[in-house]
Design a protein around this ligand. Structure first.
Ligand SMILES: [Zn+2]
Length: 443
């Protein structure tokens, strides 16, 4: 049944068309008109709405609260990100554009809610999906139902446009392996794993290499996985989360030394997306059992746990920075930067253990050709992409260590060289903090 239709006709006029009559209204200001139009459209929408789909979706208990702010009885959903959200958060999702989030109403967009889509939302549910999208939300950034629209916009953009809080898949950054894992996984019923693969970079449109099922979608269908197929078909053109800083990192080929192993307790803060400028008090750290083994650094709730809370492979570590003593609540701290733009802060009161951790972690990720860097008393050590005066076309990966005002570098298999920062003619930051330009005299 069509209750009515509202049409904007002029700056101060609008029409209400009902099955029986057309009413033309004129109001005193454009703003007032917008308010009337909005209110009437909402009223018509509600009159047309139907709670059947909503009631079914809410049968999964965690779908009864907004996935972003926690508001009760959310009646909107992003059908590709697979979250059920409230009206206010849905507005912010719409602001991201349909290439990121496809927002539909549970009550009004009845046609879109096929049985498979409903089943997909029951299988996943806000809680499990947030285990991926919101795995690392700092309490200070979390939304509440009463959050203002600015905070809401910021949070929704961080969460889905940048993927800032997501749980990184262990294969993150390795496109070939991600695609391969996706092709295998769509053949089973674990849609949550597919979601994690896709939103960590697996390409939904990657070729499967099979003549009879050339796409992941056809592969899922052929293996009798309609919910996998439903999820994939909603994400054929989705723009994947991208952090604002940095582009794709080229694969770095080198073998970390497998022999390094070390373990013990360290104190750790939540991982961060930005450099730490403020002091972190002792209360912000939690005690974690940490291990360094087979080229991976892992941290656990306790030494009794067998599943790590997180793991950083040596190849993911971009930089290790040693903070000056007493910079934070623990006497000795160091920071690890991962290539997925996460930063981890660890601390201890024991100087010996600190020294041993720094040495062992550096040894794990610094390749053999840059090994002399390990013998330096560095404040910071790691890899950077660089271009130099002779070759400005393709960036290469170099290894650097900073000691006082000297930057020691191992570039492209060359012998080590030293850049004396005090002698620089110029030091500038370009492209929104992404590029640091050093100009030496005579170069
Ligand atoms: Zn909400």
């Amino acid at each position: 049944m069509n209750v009515g239709n509202i049409k904007d006709t002029d700056r101060r006029c609008f029409d209400l068309t009902t099955p029986y009559r057309i009413f033309c209204f004129t109001v005193e200001s454009e703003q007032l008109k917008d308010q009337w139009v909005e209110a009437m459209r909402t009223a018509i929408g509600e009159a047309l709405s139907n709670s059947e789909v909503a009631e079914r979706i809410w049968a999964e208990p965690s779908n009864g609260c907004c996935a972003d702010c926690g508001a009760a009885s959310p009646d909107w959903a992003s059908i590709n990100l697979c979250v059920v959200v409230c009206k206010c958060c849905a507005g912010e999702h719409r602001g991201l554009g349909p290439s990121i989030s496809k927002i539909r109403s549970l009550k009004m967009d009845r046609k879109v809610w096929t049985e498979d889509l409903i089943q997909l939302f029951l299988l996943l549910g806000n809680e499990r999906v947030n285990g991926f999208w919101a795995a690392n939300v700092p309490p200070s950034e979390a939304l509440a139902p009463s959050s203002c629209s600015r905070d809401r916009r910021c949070f929704v953009s961080h969460k889905y446009r940048q993927g800032k809080y997501r749980k990184y898949h262990p294969l993150y950054g390795n496109q070939k392996e991600l695609n391969n894992a996706l092709c295998i996984n769509v053949q089973c019923s674990d849609v949550l794993e597919t979601l994690s693969l896709v939103f960590c970079g697996a390409d939904v449109n990657c070729p499967t290499g099979m003549a009879d099922c050339p796409s992941t979608l056809s592969l899922a269908t052929a293996h009798g996985q309609p919910l996998q197929a439903e999820f994939l078909s909603r994400n054929l053109n989705t723009e994947l989360p991208r952090s604002e800083v940095g582009g794709a990192m080229e694969t770095v080929h080198y073998m970390p030394s497998p022999s390094v192993s070390y373990n013990g307790f360290l104190f750790k803060t939540g991982s961060m997306a930005r450099a730490i400028t403020e002091r972190k008090g002792r209360e912000e750290f939690s005690r974690r059992w940490c291990t360094l083994n087979d080229g991976s650094f892992s941290y656990y709730e306790s030494d009794k746990n067998s599943n790590p809370n997180g793991t950083l492979k040596a190849t993911e570590i971009m930089c290790l920075a040693v903070s000056p003593p007493e910079k934070h609540g623990y006497d000795h701290t160091f920071e690890l930067y991962s290539d997925s733009d996460r930063l981890y802060l660890f601390g201890t009161d024991d100087p010996e253990s600190h020294k041993e951790w720094v040495k062992s972690i550096a040894k794990t990720f610094i390749p053999a050709n840059a090994e002399p860097l390990l013998r330096l008393g560095f404040e910071r050590i790691g890899r950077l992409k660089y271009k130099d005066g002779l070759n400005l076309q393709t960036p290469k990966v170099g290894w650097f260590a900073l000691v006082d005002s000297t930057l020691y570098a191992y570039l492209d298999n060359s012998q080590g060289e030293e850049i004396h920062l005090r002698k620089l003619l110029e030091l500038s930051i370009q492209n929104d903090n992404e590029v640091l330009v050093l100009v030496e005299r005579g170069r």
